[in-house]
Ligand binder design. Sequence first.
Ligand code: FEO
Length: 167
Amino acid sequence: MLNDKIQLELIKQLNRESESSQLYLSMAYCVEKKGFEGICEFLYDHSNEERKHMLKLIRYLNKRGGDITLNNIFLKKITYGCLKELFQILFEHEKKISNKINFLVELSLEKKDYFTYNFLQWYVKEQIEEESLIKRILDKIQLIGEDKGGLYLFDKDMKNFHKNKKL
Ligand code: FEO
């Protein structure tokens, strides 16, 4: 049986993963309308990844006899000035998620819940990859700056990234 505090914090985390999925989805919708075919594929894909993170938590909680409530699903209103700002928002968001995962790991150790501690190791590894991926994209966008040709090629690269999962 799960400790009440751990259950509550895992439910908060699965809601954050759901929010992450909505954030990526909203951004994908937004940039697709602006004609960025590659970047929107990446963002749509990543929205699905975040949904998988949410499902993993739901299934773990069910396995441990948890009781879950989910936030409503809706598209967020996205306002951003440029792609650099958009990926900066995503980078800050991923750093926030990493902090929450670290908090959960600490809590599981404090409560001596080694099953949850072990379960969370997947998220620790995943967050290292997510932060580094979004940072690499942000660095590239910063290098490109206002260069429209560079942005066009970058969007094409992102289309390939979507197919090869390599950047
Ligand atoms: Fe599931 Fe990007 O954090």
